[in-house]
Design a binder for this molecule. Structure first.
Ligand code: FAD
Ligand code: SF4
Length: 469
């Protein structure tokens, strides 16, 4: 009798793949989570209740067919699961690693109510890693070539999402990126301990095998004119991300020993990839203060720990409950020895003229919610203190960085600098120039890998409508 025992989640608890001990993690940059084997993946997948209206699927930004591939894995059907996972997601092995599942699919799982959500992210990673290792590749043998070509600018998650959907529909994507590798922030921003770069390299090989062409080390607007691409291709997709760093606007930010988060992380990633990294900074032997409470701040904290910082303090102006970063990453940082100072707002970086010596902060109390529903931090009078530091990393997030050539080609931006490309309309994610589409961070503001993938994929659907193929 194959009848499913719906209540087996009472006997089988949630188990995550093994995580390396924090003392080992601190010594190296490799990924910290292990992999399920086939029987663990099947057992954990079998915990799924197969809810009639799966909330996980709605909450997942790419609307993965989660209960369906969990069922296939519980039955040991890896290839079909890999096929299904790729129908909705361009980068399933990457999302399985870096999505904040506690806020997305797993947060919405019915079993999250005290029983422990199904380990959706880890199973998604298992499916794709294992299938690709065993030689499975997407099957495009039925695709009919339309003869159309689309230029994709940016090989980040948005550009890769667009290229995937285009090539599966017989449209040839040619992807341009200024960097020497594909992935955008996947390769150059996110550290190895969350996502090893071999994973992105393997995805490049898979995508090239599908017929996607990459032209790397090519900056559009510098190495090749945008107008040339617009003339040569049937449509253009922009997935160029957001790269303007937010400043604190307080004195001392220019002192030697104060670093911007992204250049710090990019240089560290490039060094690990054996690429030239002019701006590389080692925080070995330094007392480090990281300012900010998002994913980027957590990545800086944990990079500094691995570089051998004497101690790392993360100061954030709200409390732990109201921080934007993923809970999982805060816990990982804490386990690795990062000390958190919540409710501390920096008001000055202090130094002796030649170098930074500390950060002056004021304690905050949590006030009324702001327009996004997060409680506003309000400074408490007379609470100033100085946190001693030899190095300070500023991780306040990013603002859009519209290219100077947008205006010439009639690509409009909103007041915040984001490219206007609405999801709704005759052709999804079409900009104010009908031949140009856009998606990802440059349209929605800096967000997540999975939302950039979704917008890239949806924009590709918009391009297919525009090309009428
Ligand atoms: P990007 O990834 O920024 O890619 C844009 C690409 O466009 C780049 O490769 C760039 O070189 C290229 N480009 C730009 N201009 C040009 C040009 N003129 N010519 C040629 N190429 C150009 N999200 C998560 O979901 N989980 C995480 O754990 C997570 N951690 C993060 C950690 C850090 C440090 C940072 C900075 C971000 C993190 N994010 C995370 C966010 C996530 O990485 C981004 O939301 C996502 O990468 C956005 O994808 P994108 O394709 O829009 O842009
Ligand atoms: Fe969950 Fe992200 Fe995978 Fe969707 S893509 S199922 S949100 S891990």
């Amino acid at each position: 009798n194959d009848e499913k025992n719906t209540f087996q989640f009472l006997d089988v608890g949630r188990v995550d793949p093994k995580k390396l001990d924090a003392n080992i993690r601190k010594q190296q940059f490799g990924e910290i989570y292990g992999q399920f084997d086939a029987s663990q993946a099947a057992e954990q997948s079998d915990r799924c209740l197969e809810c009639g209206n799966p909330y996980c699927e709605w909450k997942c930004p790419v609307h993965n067919y989660i209960p369906n591939w969990l069922k296939l894995i519980s039955e040991g059907n890896l290839e079909q699961a890999a096929e299904l996972a790729h129908q909705t997601n361009t980068l399933p092995e990457i999302c399985g690693r870096v999505c904040p599942q506690d806020r997305l699919c797993e947060g919405a799982c019915t079993l999250n109510d005290g029983f422990g959500a199904v380990t959706i992210g880890s199973v998604e990673k298992y499916i794709t890693d294992t299938a690709l290792t065993q030689g499975w590749r997407p099957d495009l043998s039925n695709v009919v070539d339309t003869g159309k070509r689309v230029a994709v600018i940016g090989a980040g998650p948005a550009g890769l999402g667009a290229a995937d959907v285009l090539v599966r529909n017989g449209v040839k994507p040619v992807v341009f990126d200024r960097y020497p590798e594909i992935g955008g922030l996947l390769t150059f921003g996110i550290p190895e301990f969350k996502l090893e770069k071999e994973v992105v390299k393997r995805r490049r090989e898979v995508m090239e095998g599908m017929g996607i062409e990459f032209r790397l080390n090519t900056e559009v607007g510098k190495d090749i004119e945008f107008g040339v691409l617009l003339g040569e291709y049937d449509a253009v997709f922009l997935g160029m991300g957001t790269y303007t760093y937010m400043k604190g606007g307080f004195p001392g930010e220019e002192l030697p020993g104060v670093y911007e988060a992204l250049p710090y992380l990019v240089a560290n990633n490039k060094k690990l990839l054996d690429l030239p990294s002019e701006n590389y900074v080692s925080l070995e032997g330094k007392r480090v203060v990281v300012l900010g409470g998002g994913d980027t701040a957590m990545d800086c904290n944990r990079t500094a720990i691995r570089q051998g910082a004497t101690n790392v303090i993360c100061a954030y102006r709200r409390d732990e409950e109201n921080m934007p970063g993923s809970r999982r990453e805060v816990n990982n940082a804490r386990e690795e020895g990062v000390e958190f100072m919540w409710n501390r707002q920096p008001i000055e970086i202090v130094g002796d003229g030649n170098k930074v010596t500390g950060v002056k902060v004021v304690t905050t109390a949590m006030g009324e919610p702001d327009e996004r529903g997060r409680r506003r931090p309000e400074p408490v009078a007379g609470s100033e203190e100085i946190i001693l530091a030899d190095a300070v990393v500023i991780a306040f997030g990013f603002r859009p960085s519209p290219a100077p050539w947008f205006e010439k080609f009639n690509v409009s931006i909103d007041d915040g600098g984001r490219v206007v490309a609405p999801a709704e309309g005759a052709c999804a994610y079409q900009t104010t120039n009908p031949k140009i589409f856009a998606g990802g961070d440059m349209v929605r503001g800096s967000d997540l890998v999975v939302t950039a993938v979704w917008e890239g994929r949806q924009a590709a659907e918009g391009i297919l409508d525009y090309l009428d193929v």
